[in-house]
Every structure is written in C-alpha cells, then in structure tokens.
Design a protein around this ligand. Structure first.
Ligand code: FES
Length: 274
C-alpha cells in the first residue's frame, strides 16, 4: 500500500513522487488534497494532488523539503512506501465557465494549480497561466501547464527564465491588456496575498488555496482555523479555496509560524541522528 512507483528530482529541494493510492485516485477532484504520514513517528502533513491516474491507481505529488516530515518524504525512493495517505480531503474547486481566467502558480503551487487549470480549460475557459519562481529550476511542470493553457507567462525573481520580476508583474500585464473574469492564485502565502490584492485593485473576483498547518483534516482539531470574511472557517473542510478578498492574511502568516521553533529543533535533532 502507498508504494512509491516514480520519483523525479525537480530542483535542489523539490521532488515529484508518483504513489500508489487507487481509491483516492478514483474519487479525487481538482482542488482536493491528501494528508500523508511518512512513518509512525511523523506528523500528518497536507499535500496537494498534482495529477491522479485512475487506470494506474496513482497520485502525483510535488514535495519540497521544508521541515522534518517533508525531508523524510524526499529521502524515500522508488519501492519504498509511506505509512498512510488520507483523502481526498477538502472541498473541490468550483469549476465554471467564467470566461478568461488567470491561473497564477508560485513554486510548488504550480503543481497544485495544474488540475484546476486543466479542469477550467476543459470547461471552456480561456486560461492564461502565470508561473513564477525565485529561479528557473523552481518553475516546474511547465509542459503540463502548457498543454491546458492558451498562454503561459514565466516570471523569475533573478531573470533566469522568462521575464524578471514577481508573479504580480505578469498578472498585471495581462489585466492591463485584456478583460479578465477571474484570478486564481496558489503558492506561498505572500505570493497569494499580493496576487489577490492585485486582482482586487481591478475589481476582479479572485480565489486562493490556503496551505495552513493541519492535523486531522476533518474539521475536528481546529489546527487549520482562520478568519475569512470575519468568520471562523476550517481550511480542511470549508476550503482550501477561499475568496482572496476575505482572507485575514496577517492571521494566516502568524499561524503558519506557530511551530517554527519546534520544527527547527526537531530538524536539528534529526540531522544530528542521521
Ligand atoms: Fe483539524 Fe482542519 S485540520 S480542523
């Protein structure tokens, strides 16, 4: 169960894994996510599903080494297994024919936006994808995105690929050039916040997919709670997608850093032991 059948190295700390999970592959929809526990002692970490292959019974996930659990995951190889994968979790994306949609993906957020932009294209939308990363190697899955986009704009902080600049520069270029009906952004919190603010400036409806800390993923523990439009929401069951205009970004950033010290201590301990 949950055996890794493919591993690909994308960049220094980013890996793509294809993992056996036939029941989840059969029932997941764009926007859903899974919670993975790598081994008995690992914490439960939410990961987005980049692709689901119903025939092979597999999920493709892109994992970045950021803490102990993701580092342990990235050290696994083909033939190894993770102890459990729970899902599909969360509410599926609302896929409609909006018209022209900008899909903005930052870093490994590109993997998360891939199934959404694919479904939007299949629903008849004009999809313009703006993909961004600090440097060339961090702009991933571009060929997959191109297959379902009318246009792809690449932005890198250092100018090593596409245009030099942050994601909002590319988003604003499109907005200034043509009518845009919807903006969807997935990536680091700061990237989503400023993409949402850019869309808001032009009065364009925008959604973001929040990546909070999670434990149970079923609305019981409260680890993922956030204030959205002045009301408490649970990202795992009410989201992960929300209207970006309604997100309390300061609270989101604070909560993301809650366990930073503990995570650093655990990571240091792991490095000493290995
Ligand atoms: Fe526990 Fe959402 S992860 S309530």
């Amino acid at each position: 169960m949950n055996k890794i059948i493919r591993k690909k190295h994308f960049s220094e700390k980013v890996y793509c894994f294809e993992v056996e999970a036939p029941l989840i592959a059969k029932s997941c929809r764009p926007g859903n996510f899974v919670i993975v526990r790598v081994d008995k002692k690992s914490e439960r970490v939410p990961y987005t599903i980049a692709k689901a292959d119903v025939e092979k019974g597999t999920l493709t996930m892109v994992i970045q080494e950021v803490g102990l659990s993701s580092t342990k995951f990235c050290k696994l190889n083909v033939g190894d297994s993770v102890i459990d994968i729970v899902g599909p979790l969360g509410s599926a994306s609302k896929i409609e024919k909006y018209g022209t949609v900008i899909c903005a993906g930052g870093g490994i957020g590109i993997a998360a936006i891939l199934p959404i932009l694919t479904a939007l294209k299949q629903a008849g939308n004009r999809v313009i994808s703006v993909l961004a990363g600090r440097t060339k190697d961090l702009v991933i899955m571009v060929d997959d995105v191109k297959a379902y986009s009318d246009e792809v704009i690449i932005m890198t902080d250092d100018g090593s690929w596409g245009q030099k600049g942050v994601v909002t520069v590319g988003v604003e270029q499109v907005i200034n050039r043509e009518h845009v009906d919807k903006v969807i952004a997935i990536g680091p919190p700061m990237m989503m916040k400023f993409t949402s603010l850019t869309a808001k400036k032009y009065g364009i409806p925008n959604d973001v997919s929040l990546n909070t800390i999670m434990v149970d993923g079923t609305g019981m523990c409260g680890a993922c709670r956030l204030t959205i439009g002045g009301k408490t929401k649970f990202v795992c069951i009410d989201g992960p997608e929300f209207n970006g205009d309604l997100v309390d970004w300061d609270e989101m950033m604070n909560r993301m850093g809650t366990f930073k010290n503990v995570e650093q201590e655990e990571m240091a301990h792991y490095n000493e032991m290995s």
